[in-house]
Design a protein around this ligand. Sequence first.
Ligand SMILES: Cc1cc2nc3c(=O)[nH]c(=O)nc-3n(C[C@H](O)[C@H](O)[C@H](O)COP(=O)(O)OP(=O)(O)OC[C@H]3O[C@@H](n4cnc5c(N)ncnc54)[C@H](O)[C@@H]3O)c2cc1C
Length: 386
Amino acid sequence: MTTFYYPLNEEQKLILDTVKDFAENDIAPLLPEIDETNAYPWKIYERMGDLGLYHLMLPEELGGGGHGVTTALLIGEEVGKVSPSLGFAVPFSLDAPLNIALCYTKLKDKYFDEALKGKVPIAQAGTDPIGGYNYPEWPVAAVKDGDEWVLNGTRCFATFGAVAKIIVFMGRAEDGNFRYWYMDHTTPGIEVAKVEKKIGWKGQDTTVLNFKDVRVPADQELTFFPDPRDDDRAGIGFGYMGTVAAAVGGMQGVFEKTLEYVKARNTHGEPIGNMSVVGDKMARMATEIEACRCLFHNALRIYDADPMSVPRGLQNMLKAMTTQKFVDIAVQCTDLWGGLGIVEDTGISRYVRDAVNCLAPCRSTDAHYQQIASFLGLGVKYTLSD
Ligand SMILES: Cc1cc2nc3c(=O)[nH]c(=O)nc-3n(C[C@H](O)[C@H](O)[C@H](O)COP(=O)(O)OP(=O)(O)OC[C@H]3O[C@@H](n4cnc5c(N)ncnc54)[C@H](O)[C@@H]3O)c2cc1C
């Protein structure tokens, strides 16, 4: 099933062909090693630099190809077919040079050229253990001292925290507002307190970062999102949609491998795919995958027309539905592989692990449905809009 609901232009078709080739030939062979070591795959990001993918994402006024969020997410979907973990991480990585171009001059001078070569991971330290995603509960983390901010606190689940060259800290300032600050990872007072051992998403570290009296100049503050809740209203963002790209790509990847398998594996003298119960399962999964892709591509199409016209709740629906559906499809496919489903050599169990790992990041399923219920006008509490 390869229908594209999103209207690709010729350049995007070429890019996605290149990415497909890159995913199958450069990424897939490295996956067993990444599973084993969990090490950040520098080679993969540097290869993306060689392919010119970072340049393509930059706006034309910065000398780039003028592609943005939409192309990056389609790339994520393509990569996600082979590795859902990288399907999430790659779109984030593609955004790094633009982020660096927008940030504090000294960091730009130091890192911009290297970022175009895929050598500058950025970590977003935005989850306070107190209150989790519920920002209003967070304690004050930033106090102004002359021309500097002094940051304190712990941030959990920060992706790339152990390898990042630039860290973005999100916190509540003493005036009650939420702000972001960019800083070099070498800034005194930042400590990688823990690298989590987690079920899937290998090759991207998930860390606990401590910030102790970290001093950053006032001009390293970002003011794009003075209130983090605005993030939820701005339509498609890398956060939620990165997990959606990973999930939509991942469900296609595991399905395609399983379709080949049920055609090739014989029992009772014929392929198991000929058994009506198996055929029925495959047909249902194909239908559900098409529905998820259709919703995803439709959201991208609306976003391209006008980012602020994405209907409220659409990205919540996408995140909640596609990630849960990915878990469901990955488990059903694993079952169809019998014993080989859980054997690491086939790579099928990787989809199950990565699917489960798609649930929590960028807010877990219930929080999204709670949000949707509030958009429906129901009197539910504890949404980001409260
Ligand atoms: C692999 C991974 C990578 C991550 N990367 C980053 C990162 O780079 N930067 C970053 O800042 N954070 C990151 N996170 C953090 C992530 O955003 C949070 O884990 C996520 O938002 C869920 O928050 P929580 O873990 O505190 O769960 P909780 O908020 O404790 O939620 C647990 C459960 O409580 C219920 N619940 C909680 N709130 C609500 C609500 N409002 N409505 C209804 N039910 C609710 C739900 O059943 C939910 O599943 C990452 C997490 C993971 C797992």
